[in-house]
Design a protein around this ligand. Structure first.
Ligand code: ACO
Length: 326
């Protein structure tokens, strides 16, 4: 099997910063509560004109530039998102148009906060089987458009952003192992609730009575997040035949700093081996790992030859992990 690796990374973060102090003016919360319970200090909010596809396009453009691959060489675009601009066209097709990747096939995957890894693992198979040569993998979410901004349980947690990478064959290293898992029976722990829409087959419901919004059972999710991410790390390392102590950096989904601390404890791995940037961005759903990976490389927490584990958990419920030799 050909080895597949990351050839270039890109991110896009909206310029508007929204701090915990800004949130204090909207709901009954405090900077102290948010910081101590989650580690979040501020998050980014997309401008009204910025749709998920705009965030995705900007991250993709940087990844292509860094990889030095022209758009016409991209033959696959996969976007992990749960906040597409509309039901269709897909965000991936919109990005295809925006970057001019006229030779690409394009589709979205729905795996919430695990979307980046689900997309990455899917794209890797396309390249290994010869269906694709260069893939653009994007994780983009405008998650703040799914929030009920009167609900303090959820509105303090999320932010908007996008990250991307170009995947292709590499001579050595690259993605060494993958692990995917789903727990559909626990899907109601986190869901987007939408009232019934317009349909002549559903009399009495003539229009959406409320915009869709996120509801979650935080404490239950906390436990599943810790257990499933720790389990995914153990399993993917076993597949890669790498010992925990030989891992240089873990890049986890950034949902809550306390979840990350609990994973470090459960795995018996020093916390300083785990990259954390939740303080600046909150939980950006699929984009969290993509942006964290970009920053871990930029801030030299990941160097050439390092063994890196990416691990995700999200609504569905779904979890995923990779081992990458950088
Ligand atoms: N500000 C102030 N007080 C608050 C807030 C707030 N924003 N939100 C809740 N509270 C209150 C509650 O009402 C409760 O008050 P009470 O004791 O008087 O009843 C108290 O704070 C404690 O609430 P808990 O829910 O017990 O707080 P907890 O310590 O569990 O933290 C949190 C809540 C941060 C949501 C935590 O459970 C968590 O992070 N869970 C995981 C969530 C998650 O990961 N979601 C996304 C996963 S999937 C994906 O990323 C798409």
């Amino acid at each position: 099997m050909a080895q597949v690796g990351i050839l270039g990374l890109g991110i896009y973060l909206p310029s508007k910063k929204f701090t915990n102090f800004d949130l204090e003016k909207m709901v009954d919360t405090s900077d102290e509560w948010i910081r101590s319970r989650t580690g979040i200090v501020e998050r980014r909010i997309a401008a009204p004109h910025e749709k998920t596809s705009d965030l995705a396009y900007k991250a993709a453009a940087e990844a292509l530039k860094k990889a030095k691959i022209p758009p016409e060489k991209i033959d696959l675009i996969i976007v992990g998102t749960v906040s597409p601009d509309s039901n269709f066209p897909s965000v991936a097709c919109k990005v295809q148009k925006a970057i001019g990747a006229k030779n690409a096939t394009a589709f979205d995957v729905s795996a919430a906060c695990s979307g980046y890894l689900y997309a990455l693992i899917t794209a890797k198979q396309y390249i290994q089987t010869g269906l694709s040569r260069y893939a653009l993998v994007i994780a983009a979410d405008r998650f703040t458009s799914l929030i009920d901004w009167k609900d303090r349980d959820t509105c303090v947690l999320f932010g908007d952003g996008a990250g991307a990478c170009v995947l292709g064959k590499v001579k050595s290293g690259g993605i060494l192992a993958d692990f995917l898992q789903a727990f559909g029976d626990q899907g109601d722990l986190m869901q987007v609730i939408a009232e019934e829409g317009r349909s002549p087959f559903n009399p009495g419901k003539t229009s959406y009575t409320k915009l869709p919004f996120v509801r979650m059972q935080g404490q239950e999710l906390f436990k599943v997040a810790v257990n499933s991410m720790a389990d995914a790390v153990e399993k993917v390392l076993k597949k890669a035949k790498i010992k925990k102590e030989d891992v240089d950096c873990i890049v986890p989904h950034q949902a809550n700093d306390r979840i990350i601390t609990a994973i470090a404890k459960k795995l018996n791995i020093p916390k300083d081996k785990i990259f954390v940037n939740i303080d600046k961005y909150g939980n950006m759903s699929a984009a969290s790992i993509a942006v964290a990976l970009y920053e871990a490389v930029k801030f030299k927490k990941i160097k050439k030859g390092d063994k890196v584990v990416l691990v995700a958990f999200g609504a569905g419920l779904v979890s995923a992990a990779n081992v990458i030799k950088w």
